[in-house]
Design a protein around this ligand. Structure first.
Ligand SMILES: *Cc1c(COP(=O)(O)O)cnc(C)c1O
Length: 357
């Protein structure tokens, strides 16, 4: 297989062992003589996969009693409406930290009053907005812990006097999380956990059943809790791969260990950016994401961006083009990205810079 360094923002790199075991299971699922693509989701073999995935997810993340872990379809984007559908009576508070937060806000407005308590839109979302002045009469506060497009992240689990909801699509399992501080956490699997097609939801059960409105069956969390994420056919293959990814995290020593690796990778790249004459980071230092590292070329070198992109591509770098709303470059350094790939990118940047001296 061609050797590349996969910095894609999502779907993104997965642990090689998880991909390999998925490939094997596509051919023969646990010795059943059938592909994992072709077994019934009601079979005892698949039920075992679902049970183990939920159990390992809870174990590794430290999900307390009273919370349920669900695997659903629809992506994080469906959660933008499912959250207010299930949790908002009249009013909810949102932190506007980027494009995904804006999309969540747009959906919530269809269900009641939305109070945007803070925003970093004044500086093209290059910092994490303050979380303060949380309205006591709102049903919940919604945050996006990692802003995949702009490369900002909040590293703490904020204190909130009202139930806290978080979109953790792009930093779940990258750092330890105090789940007990949240009423609900959701995200698409395709950044740090598995292939696209599965959405994880961690929900505190006693948060549900408090809204007046009718909730369509498929959009009611209680339906999926009652049926163990099997009300309808779940995304079986993505769930299988999620389990393999979780096993990999466990084999490394758990989330704290993964966090250390992520910190080391990010430090290597941020240091290279900060020590560069031609590259510059786009994010305020205390908000810098460990998962999506955004940088551009300094104003006087802007004309070299395209040339560097070509050089980097030739050196095997994939997915480093910045999102169109930021420009420049974005290297996503998710859990499964090896240090070796970050080193290769850093070497490539240094070599390019030296060639322009
Ligand atoms: C990718 C992403 C989404 C969108 O996820 P889908 O599963 O494609 O709907 C939402 N929020 C964040 C923070 C993301 O990174």
């Amino acid at each position: 297989m061609k050797k590349v360094h996969n910095f894609n923002a999502g779907p993104s790199i997965l642990p090689a062992i998880a991909v390999e075991n998925t490939a094997k299971a596509i051919l023969d699922f646990n010795g059943t003589g059938m592909s994992v693509l072709s077994v019934s989701h009601r079979s005892k073999e698949f039920q075992a996969v679902m049970d183990e995935t939920v159990a390992l997810f809870k174990e590794l993340l430290g999900v307390p009693e009273g919370y349920q872990v669900l695997f659903l379809g629809g992506g994080a984007s469906l959660q933008f409406c499912m959250v207010p559908y299930n949790l908002m009576n009249k009013k909810a508070a949102y932190v506007e930290s980027g494009v995904w937060a804006k999309k969540a806000i747009k959906e919530a407005k269809g269900f009641g009053e939305v109070s945007v308590i803070s925003s970093s839109s004044d500086k093209n979302f290059n910092y994490y907005p303050a979380i303060e002045n949380i309205p006591a009469d709102a049903d919940y506060l919604h945050i996006t812990t990692n802003n995949t497009i702009y490369g900002t992240e909040i590293f703490t689990d904020p204190d909130s006097p009202i139930p806290l909801v978080a979109d953790m699509s792009s930093d779940i399992f990258s750092r330890p999380v105090d789940v007990s501080k949240y009423a609900l956490i959701y995200g698409g699997a395709q950044k740090n956990l598995g292939p696209s097609g599965a959405t994880f939801v961690i929900v505190k059960e006693d948060m549900l059943g408090k809204v007046e409105r009718y909730i369509p069956t498929m959009l009611d969390y209680r339906t999926h809790i009652k049926e163990g994420s099997m009300f309808n056919t779940p995304p079986c293959l993505p769930i299988f791969t999620i389990l393999e990814t979780l096993k990999w995290i466990k084999s490394l020593g758990g989330i704290a260990k993964v966090q250390e690796m992520n910190q080391a990778k990010a430090k290597l790249l941020y240091d290279a950016i900060d020590n560069s004459r031609i590259f510059v980071g786009t994010v305020e230092k205390n908000s810098r994401s460990l998962m999506n590292i955004c940088f551009v070329m300094k104003e006087e070198y802007k004309h070299l961006e395209e040339e560097f992109m070509n050089v980097a591509k030739a050196a095997g770098m994939v997915g480093i083009k910045g999102h169109r709303s930021v420009g420049g470059f974005r290297a996503s350094t998710y859990n499964a990205l090896p240090m070796e790939s970050v080193q290769a990118l850093v070497d490539c940047m240094k070599e390019f810079e030296n060639s322009k001296a």
